[in-house]
Design a protein around this ligand. Structure first.
Ligand SMILES: [Zn+2]
Length: 63
């Protein structure tokens, strides 16, 4: 599974954003999902802290 994630600014653990499509193209040539220009507010599943994340903070996790 591969997905786009943020890193929690409080506990530095992973905050999932979106999962990638299932095709090989998506896997090897992922396109960054759109994040609203004002940012995306997400709650960390680990520490429950809410932060606003920007598109530049997205990173791709492949495992
Ligand atoms: Zn956290």
């Amino acid at each position: 599974m591969a997905r786009w994630v943020f890193t929690c600014k409080n506990c530095f653990r992973i905050v999932p954003y979106t999962e990638i499509g299932r095709t090989l193209m998506d896997y090897f040539f992922p396109t960054k999902p759109k994040v609203p220009s004002e940012g995306q507010r997400l709650e960390c599943p680990q520490c429950k802290t809410k932060y606003v994340y920007q598109q530049t903070e997205l990173w791709y996790e492949r495992n």
